[in-house]
Each structure stands twice: as structure tokens, then as C-alpha cells.
Design a protein. Structure first.
Length: 476
């Protein structure tokens, strides 16, 4: 079960500025690289295809230029083609001359390159105008796919015989076109992958460096919250420094407002105490039931004023950053007072201090108020022995007070934490002690826990926020 106020990991990730910047930039880089790779690959493929067909057309032009008729009217190539691959069997580049006539199959391969050996190229039947060039893709020797360009030429010999039409073919293995494209794409994707990796590293570095001031700002805020300082300290970039200055001004203004509120609350309390004192003094000279009634009500009013005054002062203290108090010196002073107040009971008070520094993240007078009430309560109920122990766990300061008194039944423990409730009406007190402690602890984000003590009486555990560093290293 997830505690209230705790962000789930997925929510925290979705709300991360760093993650959004990284993911957004990396996705854009990936999309850009894929688009660039596809575009460059397509452009190179088109370029290689154009070069491939341009080379075939060049050979076709040479073939047409060299074709002549001999005395018998037969086609003849007196000059060999310039590319030596035409003389190598199955070299991947071929030429062929077909006679166009009533029996086209009988005239296939009338003349052909040595590279064709005993093969004949067969093209789809189509009609070409004289000089028109067509392109085809047909199977060739060894089941290779060939790119073919063809042209029809008509030759008239010197004897004024009717002209003869021939179809000239030049073919090339398309693998010669696909292989460089595949090699290029392999190198292209490798280069783009390295570029993308480098850009990703640059983005990560840029985000980490760019957001470093925010991490420092977070540390400065944590220091204010933990009470290490009362304002944000350090220099920040120009984009963040105005925010820091505004926040410091808000802290200063907030502290002034709190101080004024505390002063006004104190003035109000003292203003009320004066007429109450006058009423009490006037009632003390009277006799009968009025004296007891007025005196009792004035005492109740004074207790309520003291209670709310302490509570308002504590509520204001919680909101003042930088408040830190060492617990051991406060505890030492309180124990001396308790030993003098309860000297006739001859109580044995034992303290088990912690070797680590125990610092309360709050004002000294508040921890003194809480410990004073708890120790006084323990001294009232203890028979002989009281033990006090300190511990720090998970950022919390635990102060445990055990007594060997009669304790409190489990069903009554919640009730005695209520304001004005007392465990035993025969024991002097207002019933506000534990309520004050519980209220003050809750204002600081702490709590009071009641349990059965190993000594046989009541165990009270006061849980308060602990400061990160000691304010005072004094020990008992």
C-alpha cells in the first residue's frame, strides 16, 4: 500500500523534466537519423541506377555507331566494343543484335557479345520507333536479373537496297547496381549510428550540465528545510538566480510575518492576563461561593491562554527555517529541575544517551516544553525508577521515557492524549500536559506513542524530526 503523498515511480518519471528532455531529444534524433538514412539511401540508389543505365546507353550508342552492313547486306561490327567485359563469358554485361522481320525468333541473337556465350536474350514483345530507347528487366545467364536497354535502328546500304531494321540490346547484371547500394547503405547506417550515439551522449551531457543548477537548488532548499540555513545560498545561472532571490525575499517576509504574529499573540495573552488578575484579586476579598467560582474560572482561562499561546508559538516556530536545537543540554537542565522538584520522592532517573549527535529540527523552547511535560508526568506516576533513552532512525529522533508506575490501560491511552483529560483525577494537574506534547509534536510532523514499559509502568515515545548536523555536541 502506498502512503498518502508518496509519488508512484511512473508518476515521478512522467513528471521528470530531465526525462522529458532526454526522451524528447533522443526521439527526435532517432527520427531524424532514420529519415536521413532513408533519404540518403534512396538518393544514392537513384544515382547508382542512373549511372548504371547511363553506362548501358553509352554502350548502346557505341553499338549503334559501329553497326554496318557488309556486301551481302549482313550486319557487321568492324570495331570491337571498348569494354573488355564483353569478351569475357558471363561477365555480367552483354550486347545482342536482332533482325526485325516477319520471324523475330529466328533472327534472335543474329550478332551477340562473347560474354553471352551460347545464351540468347529474350525481351518482351513491344513496338519501338526508329531510334526510340526502351528499358526492361529480364532474366539472364545463371538466373541473374539483367537491366536491358534496347533501340531499333534502320540501315540503308550503298547499293540502294531496301533498308534493314535491327534491334540493338545492351544488358547488365543488376547486381552491379544493387551491390554498391547495399555496401553504401551498410556504411551509411554504421556512420549514422555512430553519429546518433555521439549526439545521444552530447544530449545526456547537455541535460545533466544544464539541469545541474536545479540539483544545486534542490540541495539548497533541502538545507533550508533541514534547518541548516535560513535562506538559499550559492550562485546560480541568470535564468535561476531571480527565482532564488525572490524565494529568499519570500522567506524573509514570511519570517517577519511570523514574528509579528508571535508578538501579537503574546501581547494578546498578556493583555488578557491583566484583567484576569484583577478579577482574581477582586474575588479573593469576597466570601462565599462567588470567590471559589470566579477563582476557578480565572484559573481555567489562564490555563487555556497559556495552552493556546504555547501552541501558536510552536506553530510559528515550525515555519521558521533554520531552527535547530541540541537535545542533550535541554534534557540535562530538565533533569536537574525534576530532581529538585521531586526530591522528597527520592526517584532514580537514568539516562541512556546516544553516542551520535541528537539534534531536534525545531526551536529549543518547544523541545523543552515537550520533554518537561513528559518528565514531570513520569515523575508524578513513577514509584522508584525512570529511564530515558535517545535514538535516531530514518531522519527521526526518538526520545523514550519509561517509568515503573501503574501505567495506563491500552483502551485509555488515546483518551489521555486529549486536551483536558487526566488518567487519575486524584493526581494534581490540568490534563493539558500530554495534549500539549501531542499537539507540538504533530505540528513538527512528529507524534507521541504510548505503550507498556518494561519497568511495568508507562512508556512514552516522543518522535520528532531530527536535524542532519549537530547544533551542539554537549553531552550529559
Amino acid at each position: 500500500m502506498i502512503a498518502a503523498g508518496t509519488k508512484q515511480p511512473s508518476t515521478a518519471l512522467r513528471g521528470s523534466l530531465r526525462l522529458r528532455l532526454l526522451l524528447g531529444t533522443l526521439v527526435w534524433i532517432a527520427v531524424s537519423i532514420v529519415a536521413a538514412g532513408w533519404a540518403l539511401g534512396s538518393l544514392f540508389s537513384q544515382h547508382v541506377a542512373m549511372q548504371f543505365h547511363a553506362e548501358l546507353n553509352t554502350h548502346l550508342d557505341q553499338l549503334a555507331a559501329h553497326l554496318v552492313l557488309d556486301r551481302a547486306g549482313q550486319p557487321l561490327l568492324p570495331v570491337a566494343q571498348s569494354d573488355p567485359r564483353f569478351s569475357k563469358p558471363y561477365s555480367g554485361i552483354y550486347w545482342q543484335i536482332d533482325r526485325i522481320g516477319p520471324s523475330p525468333n529466328a533472327a534472335l541473337g543474329l550478332l551477340r557479345s562473347r560474354s553471352l556465350w551460347d545464351e540468347v536474350l529474350r525481351l518482351p514483345a513491344d513496338t519501338l520507333q526508329d531510334g526510340e530507347v526502351h528499358q526492361h528487366s529480364v532474366p539472364g545467364p545463371g538466373n541473374a536479373r539483367l537491366g536491358v536497354v534496347e533501340r531499333v535502328v534502320t540501315i540503308v546500304d550503298a547499293a540502294d537496297r531496301p533498308g534493314q531494321s535491327f534491334r540493338l540490346l545492351v544488358a547488365g547484371d543488376e547486381q552491379q547496381m544493387h551491390e554498391p547500394v547495399e555496401n553504401f547503405k551498410g556504411m551509411l547506417w554504421l556512420a549514422l549510428g555512430m553519429l546518433g550515439f555521439g549526439l545521444a551522449l552530447a544530449v545526456v551531457f547537455q541535460v545533466l550540465v544544464g539541469l545541474a543548477p536545479l540539483r544545486r537548488l534542490h540541495g539548497a532548499l533541502a538545507a533550508v528545510r533541514n534547518g541548516s540555513t535560513q535562506k538559499l545560498e550559492g550562485r546560480f545561472p541568470g535564468e535561476v538566480q531571480p527565482l532564488v532571490e525572490e524565494f529568499n525575499s519570500v522567506l524573509t517576509q514570511n519570517a517577519e510575518v511570523i514574528e509579528r504574529a508571535r508578538t501579537q499573540a503574546g501581547n494578546l495573552a498578556h493583555a488578557l492576563k491583566t484583567p484576569l488578575s484583577v478579577i482574581a484579586n477582586a474575588a479573593s476579598g469576597k466570601s462565599g461561593g462567588l470567590e471559589q467560582l470566579v477563582t476557578a474560572q480565572v484559573a481555567v482561562a489562564r490555563k487555556q491562554i497559556d495552552y493556546h499561546l504555547r501552541r501558536s508559538r510552536a506553530a510559528a516556530s515550525v515555519r521558521v527555517p533554520g531552527a535547530r536545537s541540541a537535545v542533550l543540554p535541554v534534557l540535562d537542565g530538565l533533569l536537574r529541575v525534576m530532581r529538585r522538584i521531586h526530591v522528597e520522592r527520592n526517584l532514580e532517573i537514568v539516562v541512556h544517551p546516544l553516542s551520535l549527535p541528537t539534534v531536534f529540527r525545531g526551536e529549543e523552547q518547544d523541545v523543552q516544553e515537550m520533554l518537561g511535560n513528559l518528565l514531570d508526568n513520569a515523575c508524578k506516576w513513577a514509584v522508584r525508577r525512570i529511564e530515558v533513552s535517545l535514538a535516531v532512525s530514518g531522519g527521526e529522533l526518538l526520545i523514550t521515557i519509561d517509568d515503573d508506575g501503574h501505567g495506563i490501560a491500552e483502551g485509555e491511552r488515546e483518551r489521555v492524549l486529549s486536551r483536558g483529560e487526566r488518567a487519575d483525577e486524584q493526581v494534581p494537574g490540568s490534563g493539558l500536559g500530554l495534549a500539549i506534547v501531542d499537539d507540538l509534536a504533530r505540528l513538527y510532523g512528529g507524534r507521541v506513542e504510548l505503550a507498556e514499559s518494561p519497568l511495568g509502568g508507562l512508556r512514552v515515545v516522543l518522535v520528532l524530526p531530527a536535524a542532519d548536523e549537530p547544533a551542539d555536541r554537549d553531552t550529559l
